[in-house]
Design a protein. Structure first.
Length: 120
């Protein structure tokens, strides 16, 4: 299986398999989370900040404001487990924060997706 990323000084772990990277980036909510991690000056982001970011991105994408409770549940039960399993995010439930563990493969592929104008 092909891997992405590498031993870049910015990468925090072993490179992910290409199939894993593509699966992770297949959902717009996860792509939006990586954009948020890039925008923040720290690797740690508050859970509610993630929810509000996803609400805003959905509003921009569809013109409608989704229910934040639905996004909280989806984030907690779908997206965070997938990102955690891949070693990309650590969720501290007591502090309600997410720590991003940067992966060069994710960043490279997300850049390619965005350059094609298909990052939505």
């Amino acid at each position: 299986m092909t891997t992405c990323g590498g031993d870049s000084p910015e990468s925090e772990g072993p490179p992910l398999a290409l199939d894993t990277v593509l699966e992770i980036l297949s959902h717009h909510h996860r792509r939006d989370l990586f954009r948020l991690f890039r925008e923040e000056s720290t690797k740690v982001v508050d859970f509610e900040r993630c929810v509000s970011h996803l609400v805003e991105r959905e509003r921009e994408r569809t013109g409608q404001i989704p229910g934040p409770d639905h996004l909280r549940i989806t984030l907690h039960h779908v997206h965070l487990p997938k990102l955690s399993h891949a070693g990309l995010v650590t969720y501290d439930e007591s502090a309600e924060t997410l720590r991003y563990h940067r992966d060069e493969g994710i960043e490279e592929w997300l850049g390619l997706i965005e350059s094609e104008g298909d990052g939505e």
